[in-house]
Design a protein around this ligand. Structure first.
Ligand code: TMP
Length: 405
């Protein structure tokens, strides 16, 4: 029996997505034979209410010197991180020589705004190539995984932090107790830990099961976050919903008793109880919803293939690996995936082995249907792809429901 990574309670998977490759494991045909697979199976802990993967590949297998994900690929995300940084500077930052630490600072998409404002800062980024890109932007970056030990090193060199920030990172870290311990050491008495991640409430409401993949060891709720950090002398003081990644939540955490707990916390927890995020039965229903989504998507793709329609994937997203693999999408259904990230182009998608091509391959010869793997960027993409619609092209989306647009 597996144990909850947070509280040690016995957990078991409420469903399996089956044999799964690394979500960012883009590869060339000569690497197919050595492709890494694990079983992607989420579990719900009925003691601390944390949704988590039962098994996860070693972090070193996922975040390494050739990690394919660079944050600065979407204009909307770049704007989001600028607003995040400005909001922190305006509302949460201490006044005297403030120091900001970001966990998983990627290519410096957020921290560069603090750097520009002349604020002392340090990014912690485990992927060497991504950390190097951040340094190139003038963002002070250390290549490391964050935990209690790294926190002690940072304190020795820089002192305590006013702000510890993280975006789409906390849900990647299996040993969150070590992170919470590190935060409890590193944070100034009145400092804030502010982080955001895809939100369980949205995943359940929209059946956006593609948020579940190797790197996302957790899908958080206010209920679980309060519990995770609560056992380290920390307290959830505010939550702020975000539209990013198809629905995220920002959590603001301080030392217990140092801040007024805002009404948003009780409100989110009441919503979560009403949605059943604290009950095992909710996850059984979610499994049935995933199965129905898969059946509907494959019915649509098989029908298009039978009619000889050209279908191209739009955005070789990490989360689309769960969709292609769980549903059984192959190059027979999807000719190629268009993606703007140079490190993905010329490779094949993990598991399904659908070729990834530069954006030009899409734009120079529009398909009949574009399967929107990057559905979380739908607004930005629909706005810039009016030409595709004008050519008679249709979008196939699968969140919250399988539909043509
Ligand atoms: P993300 O949803 O995990 O941020 O990944 C987005 C992926 O989609 C990334 O590989 C870049 C790609 N993409 C495009 O190819 N075109 C676009 O217009 C956008 C917004 C993303």
């Amino acid at each position: 029996m597996a144990k909850c990574r947070i509280c040690g309670n016995a957990i078991s998977a409420f469903m399996t997505f089956g044999r799964m490759p690394l979500a960012n494991g883009f590869l060339t045909p000569d690497q197919f034979k050595d492709e890494y697979f694990f079983e992607l199976a989420p579990a719900f802990c009925d003691s601390c209410h944390t949704v988590q993967l039962v098994d996860q590949p070693a972090p070193e297998a996922m975040f390494h010197g050739e990690y394919a994900f660079f944050s600065q690929t979407s204009k909307a995300m770049a704007a989001h991180f600028e607003r995040f940084a400005n909001d922190t500077m305006a509302r949460r930052l201490g006044k005297t020589d403030p120091f900001v630490v970001e966990l998983g600072s990627n290519d410096g998409i957020m921290l560069r705004h603090f750097a520009k404002a002349g604020i002392r800062h340090l990014g912690i980024e485990p992927s060497a190539n991504v950390a190097e890109a951040a340094r190139g932007q003038g963002v002070n970056t250390r290549c490391a995984f964050f935990g209690a030990e790294t926190a002690r090193e940072i304190m020795a060199e820089y002192g305590q932090a006013d702000i510890i920030q993280a975006a789409n990172v906390m849900c990647h870290i299996p040993d969150l107790n070590s992170v919470a311990e590190g935060v409890a050491l590193l944070l100034k008495p009145d400092g804030f830990l502010i982080f955001e991640d895809p939100y369980l409430g949205d995943v359940i409401r929209k059946t956006s099961y593609d948020q579940i993949y190797d790197e996302h060891v957790y899908v958080f709720s206010a209920l679980s976050v309060a519990r995770i950090f609560g056992s380290h002398g920390l307290e959830l003081v505010a939550v702020e919903p975000q539209v990013t990644h198809g629905g995220s939540m920002r959590y603001v955490i301080g030392r217990k008793g140092r801040h007024v707990v805002e009404a948003s916390v009780a409100a989110a927890m009441a919503d979560e109880r009403a949605l059943g995020l604290d009950k095992a039965a909710t996850y059984d229903q979610f499994r049935r919803n995933c199965e129905a989504s898969k059946d509907a998507l494959m019915a649509a793709l098989n029908d298009l293939a039978a009619k000889g329609k050209r279908v191209v994937g739009y955005g070789a997203t990490s989360k689309s690996t769960t969709v292609t693999q769980y549903c059984g999408i192959t190059p027979k259904h999807v000719e190629f995936i268009s993606d703007t990230t140079p490190t993905k182009q010329g490779k094949c998608s993990p598991g399904a082995h659908i070729p990834v091509k530069p954006y030009d391959a899409f734009a120079s010869s529009y398909p009949d249907v574009a399967l929107l793997f990057a559905w979380n960027h739908a607004q930005e993409i629909f706005a810039k792809e009016e030409g595709f619609k004008a050519s008679g092209g249709r979008w196939l989306v699968y969140v919250p429901e399988v539909t043509f647009i």
